[in-house]
Design a binder for this molecule. Structure first.
Ligand code: ZN
Length: 378
């Protein structure tokens, strides 16, 4: 079926487009572009952002056995997913090793701070960080304190590195892991947290184990409360979550790889210009995409779907955002100008007021122009 005519996607301003032709695009020049061009990241889990080194440091500080006594190579074996696993659930199981380390305000603040430090090294100008306060809560450390600790770490990172931050609260499925009442409390916490940088909610966890439809009431409440909506949907087969997400009017879709098999839903996504949070390496490792060559991102981009390229879990997968851009280039044929277009689409996709996004995008375009001039002069 042919796609409905789409409004033109956000593209490069003409003066920038011309400057791409002045650069000799050697592999090294493309690498510099991927690393240094201004980027925004929209889909990044706090609890998936710990490097093995940070896991080791926190485990030692907390005397957390067995991790505290293990050599780094063994920690890496336990907390890094560096090859495809049999399912999304198999990848999610790895979080179990890391979560106990985060039930502590200082540790949570450290992880949040380090995440912003890493973002600044990757040319990221604004990062939306997501997590589920219910998963870090512990006796004496309730959901609200969890959110406060993370916000404090992010604020310290923001002050030190000049990277903007905001928070997306993840509701968690299935109910055997986090029940509906606890998820409901997270929605209220997120609404109350709007003044402190909470911008949206998401639904994460095993899509095959509980449908998004079971959380529809909570999504409606979040919307009423002024929050933006995203959801992991169409990442694992058989859930019907893509239909539900579209019916709920989500502002962005997470993963959505199964849209590749659902042209009628893709047409709707194109028509409404719903950005898709694309996580290439994650999709390979969870089996959501059999190969990068088979990943639908190329066809989405060509059809006019805004792409919000992200890492999902940079620590868990041992990756970074520039590396994901290089995958677009090397494996999916995105030209340097297309990489920059995706980077700018990332700013447009942020859950921020339009004026704030316009300000970020204008700064990104200006600095991208400077980078292109530098690359052309070499
Ligand atoms: Zn995710």
């Amino acid at each position: 079926m042919t796609l409905l005519p789409a409004p033109s996607p956000p593209s490069l301003p003409p003066d920038l487009r011309g400057r791409f032709e002045n650069v000799e695009w050697t592999p090294l020049a493309v690498e510099r572009l991927a690393r240094e061009m201004p980027k925004a990241e929209t889909h990044l889990h706090l609890d998936g952002a710990l490097s093995p080194e940070l896991v080791q440091r926190l485990a030692r500080e907390q005397g957390h056995e067995p991790l505290a006594g293990l050599p780094l190579a063994e920690i890496r074996r336990r907390v890094v997913v560096d090859a495809p696993r049999e399912s999304l659930a198999a990848v999610l199981a790895v979080f179990g090793a890391v979560l106990p380390l985060l039930r502590d305000p200082a540790a949570l603040g450290t992880v949040a701070y380090e995440l912003v430090a890493a973002a600044s090294r990757q040319g990221t100008r604004h990062v939306e960080v997501r997590f589920a306060p219910a998963l870090q809560a512990a006796p004496g450390f309730d959901q609200e304190a969890v959110l406060d600790a993370a916000l404090e770490g992010l604020a310290a990172g923001r002050a030190a590195f000049g990277v903007g931050t905001s928070v997306i609260v993840c509701l968690i499925r299935p109910p055997s892991l986090v029940d509906l009442d606890t998820n409901r409390r997270m929605v209220e916490l997120a609404i109350a947290g709007r003044a402190c940088g909470v911008v949206g909610i998401d639904l994460a966890g095993d899509e095959a184990a509980a449908p998004l439809a079971a959380y529809a009431e909570l999504f409606r409440r979040a919307r009423e409360g002024g929050l933006a909506l995203s959801a992991h949907a169409g990442e694992a087969p058989g859930s019907g979550d893509l239909e539900t997400a579209l019916a709920l009017g989500v502002d962005r879709l997470g993963h959505a790889t199964l849209l590749g098999k659902r042209p009628e839903l893709l047409a709707e996504v194109v028509r409404r210009r719903i950005p898709i949070e694309v996580n290439l390496t994650s999709n390979l490792r969870t089996g959501a995409a059999p190969s990068l060559a088979a990943h639908p991102v190329r066809s989405w981009f060509d059809a006019g779907v805004p792409i919000a390229l992200s890492t999902d879990d940079p620590g868990l997968f041992a990756i970074d955002l520039p590396g994901e851009y290089l995958l677009l280039h090397r494996e999916l044929g995105f030209t340097p100008a297309e990489l920059a277009t995706v980077a700018l689409q990332g700013f447009d996709a942020l859950f921020l007021p339009p004026a704030e996004k316009a300000r970020l995008r204008a700064g990104a375009e200006r600095d991208l122009g400077r980078l292109l001039d530098e690359l052309a002069a070499r």
